[in-house]
Design a protein. Sequence first.
Length: 440
Amino acid sequence: MAEVIERGQLSLPAPGSPAGTRGRFHPDARSRALGLLVMRAAAVASVISGVLTFVVAPLRGTFSGAFEDFATYLSVAHAVANHTDLYSPFIHQSPNVALTGFDYPPVVAFLLQPLAWIPTTAAETVWLWLTIACTAAATGIAAHTLLPRSWPRIEITAVVTFLFSAATYNYWHGQMNPLIFLLLALALDAWAHERQTRFGVLIGIAASIKLAPIVLIVLIVRRRWWRAAAACAVTVVAGLTLGVVAFGTAALHEYITRVLPVLSAQNGWLYNQSISGVVNRLFGHAVLAPQSASVLVSILTYAVLAVMLGLLFFAVAPAARNRRISGAEFAAATLLMLLASTITWYAHYVTAIIVIFAAVGLMASDRVWRPRALLFSTAAFVLAIAVLAPVLIGSVTSAAQLISLSHSPWWWPIMQVASLPAMGAAAMFVALTVRLRQAS
């Protein structure tokens, strides 16, 4: 027990007391050895499968990933090289709730331009391997920060990197989310070790790429880390300045006035796993085609998010706590980041690895962190993200199928089933923040 008690945690229970004797699960040596053997076998199998799929197949030219998101990144890299409009494909796309085209701040286009310097096939392969490396590194950092030392954290990292569907979804489609995941994992480490400046810089970099991580500034404000706030602000300003220096003010103006309004529009597309997506589907609004903003949807969405923001604010302690509890605070903020965005696609939930590790690490360390609400909500969240969501995505084979379903009496229930991953995330957020508040 002593090795899991760190600075700031609850005091040790008296020897022989129920809390002291049953606070943790202690499997016998044989069970531990068998479990470790199974985990190592799973890790070896997942790594072999991952290497064959994501390393050998690309080298042989047989990788079957759609890579449509990478095509967007490559397109904007060539737009930078050819001095053409960065946002033209996004702005001039036909109205659709499933958005396509480059929709990142100008500084991201500047950082992507090296993709245009090498052949397309080589660029695709390098990008694929980069996303896997980012996911593996981020998962390893999260595991070593949040999980008990006695656990096989390297093996867990290997299994999660190649078997967690929200992670592999990014590999198949060439998306940038693993980079954000790595930045957040590094920020988690900085948060747990009270590195203010590093934390602020990492959040600033992540927010300069995608706006959603700016939600994590709640942690900075609650902890009164003003040095971190300054570092975050300077980093964001530096990113904006670099974009202006590279492309002038026109690109930034176009991004603010023509891209952001589209991204912030109400979107009920089935893959959108945010609170906004849930509320839109609840009213059958903007699900298959864009619609004008609904005042009722806006009021309900902002009301739910305001309550969640309040829960997070009071769940985070003003003073630093031990590593696992601090990790749970960061995990709660990560959940709010995912749920507060106007659009949160399934692939964005790769960062849920941090959330799951934080909850499991807490519950494994002490019985006081195992209330039924947290246990059940964590299990439901894992089931929804790792099992249900892939099944739902795989069930949608064409737009014609969705249009046909939209005219059936099953359409409204189907929309609500599609919201289960986000609803699971919200339930876990409430359970985690309430428990953190009680412990503080």
